[in-house]
Design a binder for this molecule. Structure first.
Ligand code: CDP
Ligand code: CDP
Length: 225
């Protein structure tokens, strides 16, 4: 297969999706699209405007007024919200602990999926999120569903915080991740779910390199078909 393929990577928080998606996109010279960053940018904008994130029509109004762009720079991918760099701001605890609420609304998801499909329409894309294999790119040639125990995922986030010099509470992280898993998996529209044709990979005791290698093996097999 000469043409470029689409690779969908889904899974719960801190399963390692964005870390491995970035490495795979780089090694294939594909575009990486972080759909979680789009929901985070929307949440950041809604919080800044003191919008009630439970109110679907208010959130949709915010979404219709914002442009979310990705820009690749030497230090990595940046997220621009109406031209402003919000790369770090969208990772704040406030955004992280709120994002699953605006992301549950049907009209919000429909608009996001439309935008994500445009970003991925020419193929040669690695897209990560919660509903990529099931809704955004149902025809993706490679679909992977990454998993890890909640203890391991909390530990990964804890480690990240410590490395960044932030204080962190492992038990609190575990509770927050478990709550987000629950909200993302139980929402009515496009919940976090493994696509029927996705390959499930439990990364609990795997290194990043091992996960990348396993996914690259799947990609190579597909490209050789
Ligand atoms: O990096 P982390 O796994 O913590 O989260 P993320 O990928 O940045 O996604 C943040 C949140 O956005 C998720 O918890 C979901 O509520 C929502 N999301 C979604 O609903 N659908 C997606 N395709 C991606 C993210
Ligand atoms: O995108 P998602 O929320 O699924 O995860 P991430 O932001 O890539 O974060 C995962 C964290 O766990 C990063 O700090 C990685 O260095 C680390 N990690 C991993 O991604 N995969 C492993 N197999 C082991 C550790």
């Amino acid at each position: 297969m000469n043409q470029k393929i689409s690779i969908a990577i889904d899974g719960p928080a801190a399963a390692g999706k964005s870390t491995v998606a970035k490495i795979i996109a780089k090694s294939l010279s594909y575009v990486y699209i972080d759909t979680g960053a789009m929901y985070r940018a929307l949440t950041y904008a809604a919080l800044n405007h003191s919008i009630d994130v439970n109110d679907e029509s208010s959130v949709v109004k915010v979404l219709n007024a914002i442009e979310i762009r990705f820009e690749n720079r030497v230090d990595g991918q940046h997220v621009l919200l109406n031209g402003n760099d919000v790369t770090d701001a969208i990772r704040s605890p406030e955004v992280t602990n709120t994002v699953s609420i605006p992301a549950k609304h049907r009209l919000v998801r429909e608009e996001m999926v439309k935008r994500q499909r445009v970003l991925g329409e020419s193929g040669g894309v690695v897209m990560d999120g919660r509903d990529i294999g099931t809704h955004v790119l149902p025809y993706a040639e490679v679909k992977v569903f990454l998993l890890a125990s909640v203890e391991e995922r909390a530990q990964r986030r804890y480690q990240e915080n410590i490395e960044k010099g932030f204080s962190s509470d492992l038990e609190k992280l575990k509770e927050e991740i478990a709550l987000r898993d629950k909200l993302d998996s139980e929402r009515e529209f496009a919940p976090l779910q493994k696509a029927e044709d996705a390959i499930e990979l439990d990364t609990t005791s795997l290194s990043i390199e091992q996960v990348v290698e396993k996914i690259m093996d799947i990609v190579s097999l597909k490209l050789a078909q």
